[in-house]
Design a protein around this ligand. Sequence first.
Ligand SMILES: [Zn+2]
Length: 197
Amino acid sequence: MNHEISLAVWDLPSPVVIGRRTTLKAGISCPCGCSLARTTIDVRDEQGATIGSGRIGPDVWPGSSALHWVELDVTAPDVEGAHTWTVHATAPDEMHAQLEGTVRVLASRPPEHRVTIDLIEQGSGRRLADVELRVGAFRATTDEEGRAQIDVPAGRYDVHAWKIGYDLLSIAEDIANRTTLRLELAVAAQAEQPYWM
Ligand SMILES: [Zn+2]
């Protein structure tokens, strides 16, 4: 009889830096709760070359009942942009068929410039914590002081800032050495009160 195992991949940084080593975690589980230790996990690039490989360990992922996992060292793509890797799981027994999944990877040039972003509430001048920021593919969240720092390669980026209760802010900015941005978020207009007809 064949047990239908499932495969998960997590903790892959996004973006990864072109040509460098990076890590990801891969896990498999069997609905029957089998120990899947010693299952081989291979990660292959779009050309089918193996870029990372490892064996599932004996421990289950904390908090899960039967997710067996391994951390793999993998080589990031040489070319900037979006890529798709395939992940192959081969169990050491015949009850568990070979399994294949895909994972999307975003590769970037090395981040060499630090951009400091200050988030201010329009009107009040209050500093805003917990604002979600994106500079291209890079992400950060503002701290208690309403400030975040993101390391990115030089270039022109779409910068997005959002927080619940505020209007989404999108601008394009040139990022060079030690850029500082001061962004103001406007409080979202109150939604109209529903009323009974
Ligand atoms: Zn099983």
